[in-house]
Design a protein around this ligand. Sequence first.
Ligand code: SF4
Ligand code: SF4
Length: 154
Amino acid sequence: MAMINMIGTELKNLFSRPATRKTEKEYPENTRGHVVNDMDLCVFCGACMMRCPSKAITVDRNEKTWTIHPMSCIQCRACVDNCPKKCLSMEKRFTEPGPDKIAITCHQTEKARIAEEEMKRAAAEKAKAAAEAKAKAEAAKKAAETAPDTARAE
Ligand code: SF4
Ligand code: SF4
């Protein structure tokens, strides 16, 4: 009897769909995926690093690098939700398994470097214009203060 049951189960399994999913191709709803960074937009502010509860992200402002340790990431999305530039997202893809705790380091792109220089230049020009306007206003104020004295002296 047991043999008949076993053959029945085997036949059923042989002609039914797999009970498991093909993880490389199918991502069920609510799959959290893993964190990816659009390096054209990252400004290395460090907000993601500060918010990460598992210390999976490292940001080096001087070297202009953004590093993630995928094996430490718990896919909580805190970094994605707190990035001021909205350059982080959760890609619907599972973290690659592996024997080592790897780190993935991304560097500032040429596009981002040019954008940063442009922003610095615009800020410097704005500061210069503000300083000139202030100096002009002070000179005008000084001139207005000395004008009545001159009138009285006449
Ligand atoms: S929070 Fe966003 S912009 Fe800031 S370092 Fe992280 S990824 Fe870059
Ligand atoms: S998803 Fe969560 S654990 Fe993963 S890097 Fe972002 S903040 Fe850290």
